[in-house]
Design a protein around this ligand. Structure first.
Ligand SMILES: *[C@@H]1O[C@H](CO)[C@@H](O)[C@H](O)[C@H]1NC(C)=O
Length: 215
């Protein structure tokens, strides 16, 4: 009896490990139906008889994003929002453009690992392991190089070349989500109490206010 119980517990544990990415589809496809407004985990399926090729199609990833902004980068995402056929498939894509010196600032995807390939330029990329280790794992990437950022870990990319850089990232979720650390911590609405941030970052409240003003 006890060993059966143990087996059951192990089975349940291994199932929850296997669910670390988006759940597997239970049909060929489930094209997201934008006309349904009930809230479910994912999107409702469009009637399969009405599905057309364009439901699985997106165009425009050849177009450079505008990098004329504070960080000098631009992410063009192709998730279930832009491509309804991705619903339930557990994958998505992004094009990332970098001006010289531009960065994709430290951020995390709560629901996806990311595999990135450099199409043009030279990037310095890295991620930090979880607490308490906080080890930085980083390296330089050239055109054609591929790097993987494990799910949930804080990571970044920086264009260290003299020209524009372009990367394509595949993500293990139809809706990976993004938490940009600086924006989330210093630009939340309403603000996190400045005394909390001053204590957390071990600086004066004046420094916290200065950073908050930028977000
Ligand atoms: C990214 O590029 C698109 C297309 O040029 C533009 O509409 C958007 O505002 C840009 N985003 C940022 C954050 O600069």
């Amino acid at each position: 009896m006890t060993s059966r119980l143990l087996l059951f517990v192990l089975l349940v544990a291994s199932c929850s490990l296997a669910m670390a990415a988006d759940p597997s589809p239970l049909q060929d496809f489930c094209v997201a139906d934008p006309n349904e407004h009930l809230f479910v985990n994912g999107e409702f399926c469009k009637d399969p008889a009405l599905v057309v090729a364009d439901d699985f199609f997106f165009s425009g990833l050849d177009v450079m994003g505008d990098t004329n902004n504070a960080v000098g980068s631009n992410v063009t995402a192709v998730t279930v929002v832009q491509l309804p056929g991705l619903n339930t498939l557990g994958i998505s894509l992004a094009r990332i453009d970098f001006a010289p010196g531009g960065i994709n600032p430290p951020h995390t995807h709560p629901r996806a690992s990311e595999i990135l390939t450099v199409i043009e330029g030279t990037l310095e990329v890295g991620f930090v392991t979880s607490n308490p280790e906080n080890r930085l794992i980083a390296r330089k990437l050239q055109r054609g190089d591929v790097f993987v950022f494990p799910q949930g870990l804080i990571h970044f990319q920086s264009n260290i070349g003299d020209c524009n850089a372009v990367a394509i990232a595949g993500l293990g979720s139809q809706n990976p989500g993004v938490i940009t650390i600086a924006n989330a911590v210093f630009g939340s609405n309403p603000d996190i109490d400045e005394n909390i941030l001053a204590r957390a970052f071990q600086v004066g409240v004046d420094v916290v206010r200065q950073i908050q003003a930028n977000f």
